[in-house]
Write a protein that binds this ligand. Structure first.
Ligand SMILES: [Zn+2]
Length: 298
């Protein structure tokens, strides 16, 4: 059976899931909920048809939620999907693949997809009589893929929202108005202008948020060997993160000294490559093309 909230049903290929929820003589009733990210921007039908409909895929989920919030049933709730790299989890879980609304970075999901995820979770919990408990371990009833495998799934954004998902869903189950969620820090609030200001102020250039010859003249070389200017490193980390090239930590936010390490080197190389720069070396040389590109002077 499927949730009555479904917009459509597109069954997974039978190679990609296990019939029934009986394992070693025990029949499991769903008592867990496991959201995943698609690592792509898809509709529910695209995910169900093109990915889980592929007989060679070896993966599936009970539901797919598209970027527009569309809900597609894919593996019957009475069957065990292959989603979470954990047989034990998937025998007990209703699993959901959720489309992202950005590639890389925080791997965020749209508000429409989030709203459908909340509604589906409430519906599942109501029908199987359980609540969402998230404690970051597989013992809770709200679980995530990265608890069972070395994977980026469900992505930084969805992972940061798990606690909120439990709070909102449980409040709705109790017939209460969900509390206003704590705003999660959004890296996109770091604008180009702020980046330019931070670089200007860290290098002694005139600070006006508008890059020009004076800004370029003051730029310094930043690389794994030359990372003494912590403020410049932090500005670059923040900006490359917003652009989706850098996935590492912002050390300054953790009270640590920023390091231009391997993660930043890779981020810079990917940036140089994608901007078509001739030299792809992971270094940002004073007054050279990578700085010009970053400052939009090239
Ligand atoms: Zn996953």
């Amino acid at each position: 059976m499927f949730s009555s909230l479904c917009d459509s049903i597109v069954l997974a290929h039978e190679n990609n899931y296990t019939k029934g929820r009986t394992w070693k003589g025990v029949t499991y009733k769903p008592c867990k909920f496991t959201p995943h990210m698609m690592a792509g921007i898809l509709s529910g039908e695209q995910c169900a048809r093109n990915i889980f409909g592929n007989p060679l895929r070896g993966a599936s989920a009970n539901y797919c939620i598209g970027n527009a919030g569309d809900l597609v049933g894919c593996v019957d709730e009475n069957d065990r999907p292959w989603t979470s790299s954990s047989r034990a989890n998937d025998y007990q879980a209703i699993t959901v693949e959720v489309s992202n609304c950005e590639y890389g970075g925080q791997w965020r999901i749209s508000d429409a997809a989030w709203n459908t995820l909340v509604k589906l979770a409430v519906d599942v919990c109501r029908r199987y009589s359980f609540r969402l408990e998230y404690n970051g371990t597989p013992n809770g009833s709200l679980t995530t893929h990265n608890m069972f495998a070395n994977t980026d799934c469900p992505g930084p954004y969805l992972l940061s929202k798990m606690n909120e998902l439990a709070i909102v869903v449980n409040a709705l189950l109790d017939g209460e108005t969900p509390p206003t969620p704590q705003p999660t820090p959004q890296p996109t609030t770091y604008t180009f202008e702020q980046f330019v200001r931070d670089v200007q102020s860290a290098t002694g250039a005139d600070v006006d948020g508008k890059p020009g010859p004076d800004t370029l003249k003051h730029t310094i070389t930043v690389s794994t060997n030359t990372n003494r200017n912590h403020k410049v490193v932090t500005a670059l980390e923040r900006y490359l993160k917003v652009l989706g090239y850098y996935n590492g930590a912002i050390e300054e936010d953790q009270g640590k000294i920023p390091i231009f390490g391997g993660g930043m080197r890779t981020a810079v190389m990917n940036y140089q490559r994608s901007k078509g720069l001739k030299i792809v070396d992971g270094e940002i040389t004073a007054r050279a093309n990578t700085w010009k590109k970053l400052l939009r002077l090239l």
